[in-house]
Design a protein around this ligand. Structure first.
Ligand code: ATP
Length: 360
């Protein structure tokens, strides 16, 4: 199917003020947010409940208007345009299908409003049914579909309008865990196949990681960090970011020396090398970001002394909880066959030698 060019989206110093219904005080639900989303990319707005991600998406769609700042679609300023005049389409958490229409008519609805010729509508709807793997289901009523099938219809209905930007508001929240994983893979495949720009709201970090070219992690109305999933996972800029994305343990230490982009940190009397952004000086207290897969347990050689407090076999890895001084550390020792397995109560050494560590 021939498609038009995807659009980029730009947010310039966007602020949205709401009044707290209880205290009657005004607060910034979205606070001076700047974003530059490239055409054809898949970007997720991620963050805890209430951080402002849905409000940001709704401002892009035109369901809310910003109190400050300007939103651009391509080079066009769109603040003043109503949702139907914007080149966007939204897939909602609740599907928002028309209950008295069958699958075909749900998908065709927007095209009929645009007064597209009947034959053309039929072709486009059948193309979409094939894309979302619902061929043959066009005559079904929406209440005869599973949740996953309903969400596919919602996706087809948005895609058939050929929007410059596709918006998703937690579209998989109502599906069971297994179906969420299947559907997110399909959404990503379809987005890549069509090369469409997608902006996706979720509070699920694994969903954000697996879908995105870029993650925008928000906290209290502001952007805590933006970057590729790898940048956010390996080089978080704060404890909030490190903790929100993936499993993490923090090792407290003191900076001994600093050189270029690396630091030597004293952790419980052991020297550890880590990368830093150059904001640390000798003598500073700091925290090493330790991902569960980035260290090994040994019983001899160099390492930070620790005590095993929990040890269990998970198939792909042996899962440990360790205590180094007062610090609790979580560790996944992958491919444990052939590694020494430590049991709860044993002493061990936490070996960080081959890890690329990040320090805050
Ligand atoms: P969730 O994952 O729970 O949907 P979110 O990150 O999408 O959270 P938003 O829905 O954008 O958060 O809301 C941001 C803040 O603004 C929250 O504190 C919310 O209670 C508040 N808020 C949202 N809509 C309104 C409104 N119409 N009036 C007043 N406050 C609002």
């Amino acid at each position: 199917m021939e498609r038009k060019e995807p659009q980029g989206v730009k947010l310039e110093h966007i602020t949205k003020i709401y009044e707290d219904p209880k205290t009657k005080k005004e607060f910034a639900a979205v606070d001076d947010v700047c974003l530059d989303i490239k055409p054809g990319s898949f970007v997720t707005l991620l963050g805890p409940s209430g951080c402002g991600k849905t409000t940001t998406l709704r401002m892009i769609a035109g369901f809310e208007s910003p109190d400050k700042g300007e939103i651009y679609l391509g080079s066009k300023a769109i603040n003043e345009l109503t949702p139907n005049k914007r080149d966007t389409a939204m897939v909602f958490q609740s599907y928002a299908l028309l209950p008295h229409y069958n699958v075909f008519d749900n998908i065709a609805y927007g095209l009929k409003l645009r007064k597209i010729p009947k034959d053309e509508i039929k072709k486009q709807v059948f193309d979409m049914l094939e894309l979302v793997e619902l061929s043959g289901m066009e005559g079904r009523m929406t209440n005869q579909l599973s949740g996953g099938q309903q969400q596919r219809v919602a996706l087809a209905r948005a895609l058939v309008m050929q929007p410059g930007v596709l918006l998703f508001d937690e579209p998989l929240s109502n599906l069971d865990a297994k179906l969420r994983v299947t559907m997110r893979t399909e959404i990503r495949k379809i987005q890549q196949k069509l090369g469409i720009t997608a902006i996706y709201v979720t509070h699920d970090q694994s969903e954000a990681m697996s879908l995105s070219d870029e993650i925008i992690l928000m906290n209290k109305g502001k952007i805590a960090q933006k970057g590729t999933p790898q940048e956010i996972y390996y080089s978080p800029k704060s404890e909030f970011v490190a903790d929100f994305i993936g499993e993490v343990s923090f090792l407290s230490g003191k900076v001994k020396s600093v050189s270029d982009l690396s630091v030597t940190v004293d952790v419980n009397g052991v020297d550890v090398q880590a990368e830093s952004y150059g904001n640390l000086a000798a003598g500073d207290s700091c925290k090493i970001v330790l991902r569960p897969e980035s260290a090994r347990l040994t019983d001899c050689g160099a390492g930070i002394p620790c005590k095993v407090v929990f040890s269990t076999f998970m198939g792909a890895y042996q899962y440990y909880q360790l205590k180094a001084g007062d610090t609790l550390i979580k560790l996944n020792d992958y491919n444990p066959r052939g590694h020494k397995i430590f049991n709860a109560g044993e002493n061990a050494l936490l070996n960080l030698e081959n890890s690329k560590l990040h320090v805050l």
